[in-house]
Write a protein that binds this ligand. Sequence first.
Ligand code: AMP
Ligand code: GLY
Length: 425
Amino acid sequence: MKILIVGGGGREHAIAASVAKSRRADKIYCAPGNAGIGQIAECVPIGAMEFDKIVAFAKKEEIDLTIVGPDDPLVGGLVDELEAAGLRTFGPRKNAAILEGSKAFSKDLMKKYHIPTAAYETFDEPEKALAYLETAKMPVVLKADGLALGKGVLICNTLDEAKDGVKTIMEDKKFGAAGSRMVVEEYLTGREVSVLSFVDGKTIRIMSSAQDHKRALDGNQGLNTGGMGTFSPSPFYTGEVDAFCRKYIYQATVDAMAAEGRPFQGIIFFGLMLTENGPRVLEYNARFGDPEAQVVLPRMKNDILDVIDACIDGTLDKVELDFEDNAAVCVILASEGYPLSYEKGFPISGLECFDGKEGYYCFHAGTKPTEKGIVTNGGRVLGITALGGTLQEARANAYAAAAWVDFDNKYMRKDIGKAIDEVEV
Ligand code: AMP
Ligand code: GLY
């Protein structure tokens, strides 16, 4: 089978590594890929938003399956274009990817189908949002409606902060067109858990849980990022939590999308807050999480191509997912200054330490091959994942491996997985 993966980050490297394990994968391409993906796939210099070029390439190479990784092309309708050209594709169509592409849509869906989430109001005009905020309970959460690289969410503790937030999102348009509409949401407290799932339009299969660390600095300080590290499974995702989510959230979401005439085929990522009153959906994503994929996929025993086929063919009810009874921790090595400004182009040393080391993975995110070797090429540079029998062991292994590689301005959080010390194991 010839497979094309669209995207070029750590998530796509984890997907490619999973696909490469399949006996059915004869040739893997990645557009645009990165230096690490280039070691297991052929990278083609086509950007994830260059739809015409992607379709032309897939047709020319007679690709059997295209997997679309990132949110932008999914929300933009790449899957529809590939399918229209007769190409077999894994990922939601545009009318289903809106589950991630519009927060107003996803909130309205949850309200209509009684899926537990934070109370909210949607606004198209800043004046109305400001009038509402005068009476709202603080803190309050403001969300730009559209895609904003995970940055379009502002948590405001006071009325003044909230008013500034409305200006930032709706008037200054700091998150671009994503801010033409805004959701104002009740502030929830609790622990966050990420749950990824495969969906075939009707049936949903849940993967092992994970937990992300979104803030840039230790102790959950600093700015929101795409994610600085993850662990899987989450010890806070108990049997009780799982039972609640299965009853009120997972299948309900899939059924709601089908009932709306927007059947969802692909990955649904549930961002959950475990509140005192039970789990609540904070957000949906229409794709694998990054860096959640880097801890969940290495633990999956199934052949990923079998599961993807079942999603496309609508036979997921015949598949059971199976995960190793172990744990994984991923520590992101970033460039100092991320998520604001940072320098690129520094040579990376020590990558060969991962060669042949079972249970250790060096997933590339922002890297580039050059004549002087592999250099840094982004804010998040590498995702160092290690397995272990327990979360503690996996964490020790991941931090040991994070020291094997080096580059100028290397930065990582030192407290990934600290939360696991709070639970009995
Ligand atoms: P989102 O992109 O919607 O997941 O939001 C980004 C982050 O903002 C989440 O991971 C949470 O940490 C935080 N957040 C979002 N919504 C809420 C909420 N209603 N209450 C508290 N925190 C929230
Ligand atoms: N790690 C969070 C996300 O992928 O959106």
